[in-house]
Write a protein that binds this ligand. Structure first.
Ligand SMILES: [Mg+2]
Length: 241
């Protein structure tokens, strides 16, 4: 007889905006570029104004159109400007803004608590995986950050050939870790990509909803990294059969 709810043996995590954050954030870089191009956007209103931009971008993303496509990026900017009651940019304005944005420096930073959490989870017997929409250099980045030694699976969209919420990227990670979907939970920051994708592959899912985008999510939901870490640390340790 199969147990309908086998205990969790493996924990998969998203990278972008879950374990690794841009500094300055994308919102701040867009704001910085806009101000440099003479657009008067109030900084305090940027987070709220970005919400419809995220919704728009996600809608395109699940259809396979990313912000790497300049047309999508420009439409995202149009949505943002609309929130401020500003006119859409003409071609020259867009050219200037996209150049200023591309040139805005940023670094990628690992959540300072992440390594201790990964270490604790490994000690408690869990397999750990990463499922991330990222370029092929993610493994190098995670090695530099000290994350790679903790991982039993690393599924990267540019290597697997599909992005979340496609279940195949989760299946790739399951195969690498040698675990079944029913004994695995995935946590990430976008319900539409991380939770929907994990569920499509038969995994449990949790949402690190630090933006407060999906308050009614029908899954474990964490507003802070500490809440997420406490939930994972409270999972029963893996009993080796
Ligand atoms: Mg993410």
């Amino acid at each position: 007889m199969t147990n309908p709810n086998p205990p969790i043996q493996a924990i998969f995590l998203d990278i972008g905006d879950t374990l690794v954050f841009d500094s300055p954030s994308q919102i701040d870089r867009v704001h910085q570029a806009a101000v440099a191009c003479g657009l008067d956007l109030e900084h305090e209103k940027m987070s709220a104004a970005f919400r419809p931009v995220e919704d728009y971008a996600l809608g395109r993303y699940v259809q396979g159109e990313t912000q790497d496509d300049p047309r999508v990026a420009r439409q995202c900017m149009d949505v943002l400007l609309e929130q401020f009651g500003a006119e859409a940019l003409d071609d020259e304005g867009w050219e200037n803004l996209s150049t200023a944005y591309a040139e805005a420096p940023f670094t990628r930073t690992l959540r300072p608590e992440a390594l201790e959490l990964l270490s604790d989870l490994k000690e408690r017997g869990f397999k750990i995986g990463v499922v991330s929409d990222w370029t092929i250099d993610l493994e190098t980045l995670l090695t530099e950050m000290g994350v790679r030694p903790y991982l039993d699976a690393l599924a990267v969209s540019d290597i697997v050939g599909c992005t979340k919420p496609d279940p195949r990227i989760f299946e790739d990670a399951l195969a690498q870790a040698g675990v079944s979907p029913s004994e695995t939970i995935h946590i990430g920051d976008f319900f539409e990509l991380d939770v929907a994708g994990a569920r499509a592959a038969g995994l449990s899912a949790g949402l690190f909803d630090w933006r407060g985008r999906t308050p009614d999510a029908d899954c474990p939901r964490f507003e802070t990294f500490d809440e997420m870490a406490a939930y994972l640390r409270a999972l029963p340790a893996v009993v080796k059969g």
